[in-house]
Design a protein around this ligand. Structure first.
Ligand code: SF4
Length: 279
């Protein structure tokens, strides 16, 4: 049994909150470049160039990529041979978020749902813990912006809807969202499981690097089909028109009840932020 002090987790989460907000992943930057080379709309080309420049400034000057620095979503893969000592895991993660958002001058974006009073330190984080084999702890911090999260949906299709129904729903969701989720977007799709599980599958699908191939050939083909349909909508970068409405569609799937076909669409804006660390 390996002992890990939760103070280490606080330190890592703190750093990851800042890095995620300052330093857009290379996969996203590469996707901007590829999209720019293919984009036909002058406004779209201009916007994609601005997104690259914005990301470059944020990285160099260590400032936030976007004013909406997000709700801190934290995924934890906790090795079953790890014994956490020195305090409570949830507390340690929230302390890391608190310190990271304070030190990084990141906007505090959480409030009481009714009074809208700000919690003041961007906590509580949304924490997903999964027990895995081994003696390590993997942390992924994925700040999620409100604009794109607001456009996300979970629905329970009838089994008869099938693949066609799934494609129609996802494309329609992106169409109805228009410019609101700050395109170009990444579309996380969760199929199967239960109501709540579909949403988590969709969110986890967003963590896959843009440009990577889905290991399931059927899902890879479905991703391509949906992306093609989405990019014919003409919404374009920042909704100003063009071919690049989405950079990628990522699907996660698991079996579901014989009576159900759960489907979740988690829309991610161009500020596709996530950083990870293994302790
Ligand atoms: S949806 Fe994304 S890009 Fe738009 S304001 Fe929020 S974080 Fe920024």
């Amino acid at each position: 049994m390996r002992e890990i002090d939760v103070g280490v987790i606080t330190e890592r989460v703190k750093g990851l909150c800042m890095e995620a907000n300052f330093d857009l992943g290379q996969d996203v930057l590469d996707a901007f470049k590829r999209a720019r080379a293919k984009e036909e709309s002058p406004a779209g080309i201009e916007v994609l160039g601005q997104l690259e420049e914005n990301a470059s400034i944020a990285r160099q000057e260590r400032v936030a990529i976007c004013q909406d620095t997000g709700i801190a979503v934290v995924f934890v893969e906790l090795g079953q041979d790890v014994h956490l000592v020195g305090g409570d895991l949830n507390h340690a993660i929230n302390e890391g978020v608190r310190q990271g958002y304070q030190e990084g001058y990141l906007r505090k974006s959480l409030c009481h749902p009714f009074t809208r009073a700000n919690t003041g330190d961007n906590t509580p984080a949304v924490i997903h813990v999964r027990i895995v084999s081994g003696d390590k702890v993997k942390l992924i911090v994925a700040p999620k912006g409100g604009g794109s999260e607001n456009m996300s949906r979970v629905t329970m299709l009838t089994p008869a809807a099938g693949k066609e129904g799934i494609v129609e729903y996802v494309v329609q969701r992106v169409k109805e969202s228009g410019p609101n989720p700050c395109p170009p977007t990444i579309i996380g799709v969760g199929i199967g499981g239960t109501f709540e599980n579909a949403a988590l599958l969709a969110k986890e699908a967003l963590l896959r690097p843009i440009g990577s191939e889905n290991p399931d050939p059927e899902l890879a083909s479905l991703e391509g089909e949906i992306l093609e349909r989405i990019n014919k909508l003409g919404i374009g970068p920042q909704g100003l028109g063009g071919r690049t409405t989405s950079l990628a569609v990522h699907i996660n799937m698991m079996p579901c009840h014989i009576a159900s076909l759960p489907l979740a669409v988690n829309i991610q804006c161009h500020a596709q932020r996530h950083k990870e660390a293994v302790i």
